[in-house]
Design a protein around this ligand. Structure first.
Ligand code: NAD
Length: 368
């Protein structure tokens, strides 16, 4: 039996409960401490979950007990906190996006390599029963040779409900950096890495009116594209088309659809761990839901647990890896780069397709 790996959480905001709860579900993880820029937040979560609160982020990073730092800070602090964790000799796993640009992400990966430490990143929803079932169907040849993919995330933005929606419209926000990690990670998991990207991007509104409370009536500037369309060329062949938007009223589009020589597969929402997978074979008459090959439910934290096994067994590659996340960041940033330059962007990064999960795992169990 493998020993437990000690983890500490930096950033005790909205998403942190999912990790406080999630970490306790995986045998390999032992959550010991938390910290936040705001020490009161750390104290409140520590009391709630029965762990230690560190007085500062530096205290947590220098805590000899902590082996993995789970970085749940805001996107603009991800690379900085990951870097500090690595300098302190800790492995780092962060929420999405891995970095605000591929240069920052590359520096984190390079440091990790030099220090012989692992870095990983959300999303880990692709390890849920929904996407893993779709992955198995593709790998088993259910659609034949994959030739094309569609991915859509189109909505009217978040200023009507989110209490402080400004960050969605600042650099590092927008629909691509907010939701793109789920969609692009799922596509790379299903079809493999991407060799080049073409994009057209726009922002329908230079300012947006907040209608949620407490900022109702406040105008905020838009500093990032809010509608991104483009194409991906997969290294192994086939192309993908993506539309990510905060400028459009919802329309009943699918999340992700994969087209192959022998059939078509509808993939569930990549922002969730579960959901129906539907298949229409070339000779079929209708889309049929296929039974999940993997247990439907998993929880946030499965990517950290998977990384913990790889820390103890270095011959086992972590699935939600820094290399995958860095490739995803470069794909996402290339939409705007291509739109600005008027050319395809040939990518510098690539990654291995993460290994599929075995089918016979129990709830919150991983292949050790
Ligand atoms: N909220 C969600 O539903 C959700 C879902 C999926 C992913 N995420 C991702 O999780 C991350 C955090 O989101 P959130 O909604 O929890 O944000 P949040 O603003 O609620 O919480 C962030 C916390 O990090 C702390 N923080 C900020 N900078 C820090 C630093 N340099 N050092 C230490 N602490 C710092 C803040 O004080 C705050 O407590 C983001 O990357 C977001 O994209 C959030």
């Amino acid at each position: 039996m493998l020993r437990k790996v000690n983890v500490g959480i930096v950033g005790c905001g909205n998403i942190s409960d999912a990790y406080f709860l999630g970490s306790k579900k995986f045998d390999i993880l032992n959550l010991v401490a938390c910290a936040d820029l705001d020490p009161a937040r750390a104290r409140a979560k520590a009391a709630q979950y029965g762990i230690r609160a560190c007085a500062s982020v530096a205290d947590l990073l220098n805590d000899p007990e902590v082996e993995i730092v789970i970085n749940l800070t805001v996107p603009k602090a991800h690379a900085e906190v990951n870097t500090a964790a690595l300098h302190a000799g800790k492995h780092a796993y962060c929420e999405k996006p891995f970095a605000l640009n591929s240069a920052d992400g590359a520096a984190v990966l390079e440091l990790a390599k030099r220090k012989n430490l692992l870095v990983g990143s959300a999303p880990d929803t692709f390890l849920g029963g929904g996407i893993q079932t779709a992955r198995k169907a593709v790998d088993d040849g259910a659609i034949g040779r994959p030739v094309s993919a569609l991915a859509f995330m189109m909505c009217r933005g978040h200023e009507s409900w989110h209490p402080s929606p400004q960050f969605y419209y600042q650099k590092g926000g927008g629909p691509m950096f907010d939701m793109g990690p789920y969609y692009v990670t799922a596509l790379v998991n299903l079809f493999g890495p991407v060799s080049r990207v073409a994009g057209s991007t726009s922002a329908a509104f230079p300012e947006r009116l907040i209608t949620s409370q407490p900022l109702n009536g406040t105008l905020m500037p838009v500093e990032t594209p809010t509608h991104l369309t483009g194409t991906l060329d997969f290294t192994g062949g086939g192309t993908g088309t993506m539309v990510m938007s905060f400028d459009t009223w919802p329309y009943p589009l699918p999340f992700i659809v994969l087209f192959g020589t022998d059939g078509t597969l509808e993939v569930p929402d990549p922002n969730h761990f579960t959901g129906a997978v539907r298949l229409k074979r070339k000779d079929g008459t209708a889309y049929e839901e296929i039974p999940h090959s993997h247990l439907a439910e998993r929880s946030r934290g499965v990517g950290v647990a998977d990384m913990a096994y790889s820390i103890l067994r270095r011959d086992r590659a972590a699935r939600a890896s820094g290399e995958l996340a860095e490739h995803v960041v470069e794909i996402m940033e290339s939409f705007e780069k291509s739109s600005t330059t008027g050319r395809h962007v040939t990518l510098k990064t690539s990654c291995a397709r993460p290994a599929a999960l075995p089918v016979n795992l129990g709830p919150n169990e991983l292949d050790s």
